[in-house]
Ligand binder design. Structure first.
Ligand code: CDP
Ligand code: MG
Length: 899
């Protein structure tokens, strides 16, 4: 069995194993035939063939026997038949020159850190090196993790294409979908997926190599994986079945991985790939723009009208900003204009693009896209057809902007070279091209995301307006100008309460430099920073804080404990979450009943309860896991599965009709009113209404399933204000959770019912109890009139609730279907902060459920003598009144517990 392992095969000297020798020869034979088949010109440039054959004999003979066991060199060389043009493009990547060095380091070390700038070819090429070196033969797998789903999908597609392999063989697996099969040899996945796999197979025995890509992004899961793999790799080595770990990162803060004795006893070697990065001239603004979207607009316009060819990449912070700027730019530089666009140009020149009259300039994006596609199709044939572009459409250039203004240097980091300057002046007078403006953010549908990789219609300039997704993981071709707002949007959590808020902050210096680097991929580039160098120097942090130190770690703590990692405080994190974070996560898990209460104050070894294990089996947050674990009664599971799927996905219900940038805002008000009406209808009556916002989601998902099976999903989502991508994701999660439940409870035979009837009144009531069971610490009680002090403004306290676990009041949001009803007791899914603290996902509960479903926070006083016990007809029991408080809700409630 040992000889079967590709890592071990190469260790045998040729005289020791005749079968291995055969394999070796086979391998070489195939190499030769591959050479013959391919265009010889291309292949002769390829260092691959020599490297592989040379390395095999060298290594096998020269290494002493003992060491060779770990320092393995697979004997097989697996040929890949690439197309000539792809091979040529590969050869231009800087990493290709380093193949031999990289592979030697990997063969000789269990762990290697590979650092290189974005675009140097790490993600697409290293898996191919490994494949060719035999790491995927004999049924072994090469695993690559990505922090972002977009990257996992697009990279697997790209690598499959480069290698001329099927998506069965180079596949991806993300939380709800994938195309991985038995035949998969290279598997791209999100880091969360690999963590789940470790739970079922701690040694990852299927894999011969794990590549942790984009480690510099410091996502929670990648951080944990590094810690876990630092233990798994030596274990696998000890068992004679070595696993290689490759940590790939941009050249940022590598010490966290390398100079960290808790992680790796001996520092892993760091290989740096020199990237072919052209110089990027950085231009700081004199003044830091407050309205950076407007500033980005004017800077982009100036670049487009005055500077030579080359794509523009604009960095903003979020979806809404991106869409807004895309709309503005499309209007300013349209593909078709009735009135020749001069109006737009004039408004621009007056410095006020907003006031432009929309009716005058016709924006015909659909048509433009159609034309571009048509042109592309034609181009693929022999005929070259330019899309219809009206070159007269733009003759006026903003006159008040001198070049110096445009460049806006405040620290003379260099100007545009003189020949470019000439061009610049020339272009200043020339007519203006249309601009091919595309948005890019993570919530954008995947097919729209993929558009940025395609060349723009001929004769137009590409402009991508992006959030920080374009910072490192995706390389957009042909970018020459970067416009950087210097900001990013992060979700900040309160360490103790878990309250979250999106805040726009300065990005780090490292991130700003990454962004600038995007301009130097094709040739010398320019980066326009919409902030001053003083702000950059004084206010930007060197690096961003790793995600693990920013987020609540409930999920992580439970998953790790369920893996028998008892003392999570001692876990070798590259950068550990702080103790307050761990303690509050632990506390929430104890309240949930997933962890046992710690025995002492400084005890970190609390164990997972049986309920906790059940919860951790589900790939959702612990709260939702508990809801699933408790629903095995009264036919509730189909509903809980559906509700949990919906609650696990962000931003399902749209607030305003901004579905895409193409949508015009005309009917916005009318449409919104329609959506609200539908949501009210979905909320229903009685217990259904009291189930509140989750009820709306339940109905929305049920109806989408129905629409989806008839192929009408997109329209349905648009008509009802649902985010299409979210709904698609929910549908997938619903299937996955259904399968998961069936695995745990095989007798149930649960299926996804496209005609699921709404829950009955009794079921809706039980679902409300289940919501409470999942969120026992997120109970809130309405602030009563008599609680408000005399001198205070009553209106200020309208819709205010007192929480169990927080001192500040929270408010019922206007988007909640329960706002009008304003029930006395509620549970909420989360609190987010905008102008006030608002509850999201609100369900009404009854106070008498609290002792049963949320006992930990109840402080009950002894039963009162008055009023006397009474007979409850519904239960047939004698009940008595009990008063008490719940958490920090300083109010008395009355409940009727069993005697
Ligand atoms: O991982 P790293 O950032 O080092 O580079 P990569 O993602 O492997 O990309 C290497 C090259 O392949 C870049 O120049 C990309 O532009 C190109 N590429 C592409 O043309 N199409 C893709 N779908 C992915 C990468
Ligand atoms: Mg990469």
């Amino acid at each position: 069995a040992e000889a079967k392992d590709p890592n071990v095969v190469g260790l045998e000297t040729s005289s020791e194993s005749s079968s291995d020798e055969d394999e070796e020869e086979d391998g070489e034979d195939e190499v030769t035939s591959a050479v013959e088949e391919e265009d010889t010109d291309t292949v002769s440039k390829n260092p691959k063939v020599e490297v592989a054959t040379e390395a095999v004999s060298d290594e096998a003979v020269n290494k002493p026997r003992k060491e060779r066991h770990v320092a393995s060199k697979p004997a097989v060389f697996v040929p890949v038949h690439r197309q000539a043009d792809i091979q040529e493009a590969r050869l231009r990547l800087p990493i290709l020159a380093e193949e031999q060095v990289i592979m030697e380091a990997i063969n000789e070390n269990p762990v290697v850190v590979l650092a290189g700038e974005t675009g140097s070819g790490k993600t697409t090429q290293v898996p191919q090196f490994l494949y060719e070196a035999g790491y995927a033969s004999d049924g072994k797998l090469i695993g690559v993790t990505e922090p972002r789903r977009v990257a996992a999908i697009s990279m697997s597609k790209r690598v499959a294409e480069e290698m001329n392999l099927d998506s069965n063989e180079v596949s991806y697996l993300i939380r709800f979908e994938g195309n991985a099969t038995e035949k998969t040899r290279i598997k791209f996945m999100t880091d969360g997926v690999l963590l789940k796999e470790i739970q079922s197979d701690f040694l990852l025995s299927k894999y011969s190599v794990i590549i942790l890509d984009e480690a510099h992004e410091r996502s929670v899961y990648t951080d944990i994986l590094i810690g876990l793999l630092s233990r798994i790799v030596p274990l696998r080595n000890k068992r004679g079945n070595p696993l290689k770990l490759i940590i790939m990162s941009a050249t940022l803060r590598l010490e966290d991985f390398t100079d960290n004795p808790r992680l790796f006893k001996t520092s892993p070697p760091v290989l740096k790939v020199e990237s072919r990065q052209f110089p990027v001239t950085i231009h700081f603004n004199k003044r830091t723009a407050v309205d950076y979207v407007a500033e980005a607009f004017s800077k982009t316009c100036k670049i487009h009208t005055q500077l030579p060819e080359g794509g523009i990449l604009v960095f903003l912070t979020g979806q809404q900003e991106v869409n807004c700027l895309v709309r503005k730019l499309r209007r300013a530089f349209p593909f078709h204009s009735k009135k020749k666009g001069t109006k737009a140009a004039q408004t621009l020149a007056n410095g006020d693009a907003e006031s432009e009259d929309e009716g005058e300039v016709e924006l015909d994006m659909q048509k433009a896209i159609h034309n571009a596609r048509k042109a592309r199709r034609k181009r693929q044939g022999s005929e070259v057809v330019l899309p219809e572009i009206n070159l007269d459409s733009y003759s006026v250039v903003p006159g008040d902007d001198t070049e110096a203004d445009l460049l806006g240097n405040d620290d003379d980091l260099g100007d545009i070279e003189s020949d470019e300057e000439d061009q610049l002046n020339l272009r200043g007078l020339a007519a203006c091209q249309p601009m091919w403006v595309l948005p890019l953010y993570s919530l954008l549908p995947s097919d729209k995301q993929a558009q940025v990789f395609e060349p723009p219609p001929e004769g137009s300039r590409l402009c991508v307006v992006a959030t920080n997704v374009a910072e490192t993981s995706l390389t957009i071709p042909n970018v020459k100008y970067v416009v950087d707002s210097g900001r990013m949007k992060t979700r900040m959590y309160d360490k103790v309460t878990g309250v979250s808020a999106f805040t726009v902050t300065w990005c780090s210096k490292a991130a700003a430099n990454q962004r600038a680097g995007r301009a130097g991929r094709m040739g010398p580039g320019h980066c326009y920073r919409l902030y001053s160098s003083a702000v950059f120097n004084d206010q930007f942090e060197q690096f961003s804080v790793p995600e693990i130190q920013r987020k609540p770690v409930d999920d992580l703590l439970l998953q790790m404990k369920a893996m028998d990692i008892d003392k999570v405080v001692n876990f070798p994190f590259p950068s550990a979450p702080d103790l307050i974070q761990l303690r509050s996560a632990e506390r929430r898990l104890v309240l949930l009943g997933a962890l046992e209460e710690p025995k002492k104050k400084d005890d970190w070894t609390s164990k997972v309860t049986p309920l906790g294990y059940a919860i951790s089996a589900f790939p959702v947050a612990p709260r939702f896991g508990k809801m699933l674990a408790l629903s095995h009664q009264q036919g509730l599971l189909p509903y809980t599965v559906c509700m949990v799927a919906a609650l696990s996905v962000q931003e399902v219900l749209l607030e305003v009709p901004i579905h895409g940038v193409e949508e015009e805002a005309e009917n916005a008000g009318q449409k919104r009113a329609q959506w609200i009406q539908t949501r009210r209808k979905w909320a229903g009556m009685g217990n259904s209404l009291l189930l509140g916002d989750p009820m709306v989601l339940l109905r929305a998902v049920g109806a989408s399933e129905f629409a989806g099976r008839r192929g009408q999903l997109l329209q349905f989502c648009m008509d009802n204000g649902l985010r299409h991508k979210a709904i698609t994701e929910i549908r997938k999660l619903r299937v996955q959770l259904t399968n998961e439940v069936n695995l745990n409870l095989p007798d149930l035979n649960l299926c996804v019912d496209p005609n699921m009837a709404p829950p009955t009144d009794i079921q809706a009531k039980l679902l409300r109890q289940i919501m409470l069971a999942g969120m026992p610490d997120q109970v809130a009680h309405k602030v009563a009139d008599n609680e408000i002090k005399e001198d205070e403004d009553k209106a200020k306290w309208k819709h205010a609730y007192r929480c169990a676990e927080m001192e500040d009041p929270v408010f019922m949001h206007s988007a909640s279907v329960l706002r009008k009803k304003s029930p006395e007791w509620v549970v909420y899914q989360e609190v987010f902060e905008t102008s006030k603290l608002y509850m999201r996902g609100v369900t009404a509960i009854e106070p008498e459920w609290l002792p049963t479903y949320a006992p930990a926070l109840c402080n009950l006083s002894p039963p009162l003598v008055e009023p006397p016990p009474r007979y409850d007809e519904a239960t047939g029991k004698m009940l008595c009144h009990v008063t008490g408080t719940f958490g920090m809700c300083y109010c008395v409630f009355i409940c009727f517990p069993r005697i």
